[in-house]
Design a protein around this ligand. Structure first.
Ligand code: MN
Length: 483
């Protein structure tokens, strides 16, 4: 069982840990009042603090601290009542301070857990090592001038939460499920918008390989992967690269690598620094961050129902299986939509319609659930028409498509188009009699043992009734008359 990679010398196991940089949802930066809107004109959201003018002092943004605590609580993690900001020193062209204000040995959040929902409905628990607050750097622009690089400092000083997992993941699927679940939790909490394309969530992936039962071997870190698809490719490429090195008698070196999406490979960026290379020391401009139990409790009292609790409730109250419940709670809007449809109705039927035809229509039309092609009220009314036998499943699909096209209520469409299913036993019996009379040879074949012909008769009756006969009744009466 489990995910293994076959090599010349036997099976290899993957070991993956993730460091996710999540941009804190906040109107202003971590240590300044400058704005943080995405896509603003270059260098229009830069305060003197962000530009590191001499003598400027950072002032902690209380809201960003609250957001980090909220995230820690959402990850069921230890909140550290005292944490310390430290300077991480390195030269970076788009970081004018010459150091990043981060947290080192005393982060604001300690150990926690994330529960992964796997495709087969099973779960896996992954450890969180820590979450710390730090500032982002600016951005170098190399494509604006043939000889010069420009710098945009809008992002410099923006608050990031660096969320570090334990090396608990064993397959690319688990790494993908981790990022998906983390993003879902952050969005529920409102602490990060999780937009990977805009860089609000960036993943550094630590990958190593080993033979089953061995201690961990040397890892390589793949920097700044910004989509789940690239994550998959980068992990698979990197694992294979390391296995090939070991099997040829070499050693993997600890280093930072980049994933090149066009070539589909990772390549060395720099040999990995160790913590001491950064000369961390407590930032003398900032006092230790001290939290009270009351502050933590008051933030805790504002937490929404999170995906795991919602999933449990959906399984309990709506009798949904783990997979369906997991899909429906992945974002708050879908969960809310489902609950509106399911209220007072058969929840399994509601779930099938939301996850089947409704999600299908969203995908096909490229729409968001915030702007649904069919309202929850109308989808609920459609479920009612199935439950009271006005519509068969087949007719309901037809009505649903017309609802998407016209935006009309299902009841109106049924009346206008005469799509009500025929449940009148007499009418169905008459149709069946006609079909049997028209096909005496087939009837004889069926009676002499050719069971497969049953489907043919059902088809003929449905054709004769323009698809409106109740399929269950057709089956029942046909069996009786042929038997
Ligand atoms: Mn970092």
């Amino acid at each position: 069982m489990g995910y293994v990679i076959q090599g010349e010398t036997g099976d290899w196991e993957l070991v993956i840990g993730l460091e996710v940089h999540a941009q804190v949802t906040s109107k202003s930066k971590l240590f300044s009042g400058a704005a943080t809107s995405f896509g603003a004109e270059p260098n229009t959201e830069v305060s003197l603090v962000d530009a590191a003018m001499p003598g400027m002092l950072p002032v902690i943004n209380e809201y960003c601290v609250e957001q980090a605590i909220r995230t820690g609580l959402g990850l069921k993690a230890q909140i550290n009542k005292t944490s310390v900001f430290a300077r991480k020193n390195y030269f970076y062209a788009d970081l004018p301070q010459g150091y990043q204000i981060s947290q080192y040995d005393q982060p604001i959040v300690g150990e926690g857990t994330i529960i992964l929902d796997m495709k087969d409905g099973s779960t896996r628990t992954i450890g969180i090592e820590r979450l710390h607050l730090e500032q982002d750097a600016g951005k170098s622009l190399h494509d604006q001038h043939p000889q010069k690089s420009f710098i945009d400092l809008n992002r410099a000083g923006t608050a990031l939460m660096e969320i570090v997992s334990k090396p608990d993941m064993r397959s690319p699927e688990e790494a993908a499920a981790y990022v998906t679940k983390l993003r879902s939790i952050l969005r529920y909490l409102g602490t990060c918008d999780g937009n990977m394309a805009e860089g609000s969530m960036r993943c550094d992936i630590n990958v190593s390989v080993r033979k089953a039962g061995e201690p961990y071997r040397t890892r390589a870190e793949i920097k700044n992967v910004n989509s789940i698809r690239f994550m998959f490719q980068a992990i698979e490429y990197e694992a294979r690269r390391q296995i090939d090195i070991y099997e040829e008698g070499g050693e993997v070196v600890q280093e930072t690598r980049l994933y090149d999406a066009t070539k589909g490979e990772t390549r060395s960026m720099r040999s990995k620094e160790n913590a001491h290379d950064y000369r961390y020391f407590p930032d003398p401009d900032l006092l230790p961050l001290v939290l009270s139990d009351e502050e933590i409790a008051s933030i805790k009292s504002t937490l929404p129902e999170l995906p795991d609790e919602k999933k449990e409730r959906f399984m309990r109250d709506y009798q949904l299986n783990a997979y369906d419940a997991g899909v429906l709670v992945a974002d708050q809007e879908s969960a809310h939509f489902f609950e509106s449809v399911a209220k007072g109705r058969d929840p399994k039927l509601a779930a099938n319609w939301v996850m089947g035809d409704f999600f299908g229509a969203l995908n096909r039309l490229g729409k968001e659930i915030s702007d649904p092609p069919v309202t929850a009220a109308n989808l609920g009314a459609l479920v009612d028409l199935i439950a009271d036998n006005t519509l068969s499943g087949r007719l309901a699909k037809e009505v649903f498509e017309l609802m998407v096209e016209t935006g009309k209520a299902p009841g109106d469409i049924v009346e206008e188009k005469g799509l009500r299913q025929v449940t009148d036993t007499g009418a169905i019996e008459a149709s069946i009699a006609e079909v049997l009379a028209a096909n005496p040879d087939k009837v004889a074949e069926y009676r002499s043992g050719k069971d497969k012909l049953f489907g043919f008769f059902v088809g003929q009756v449905m054709k004769a009734t323009a698809g409106k006969a109740n399929p269950a009744l057709v089956n029942e009466i046909l069996k009786k008359q042929l038997g």
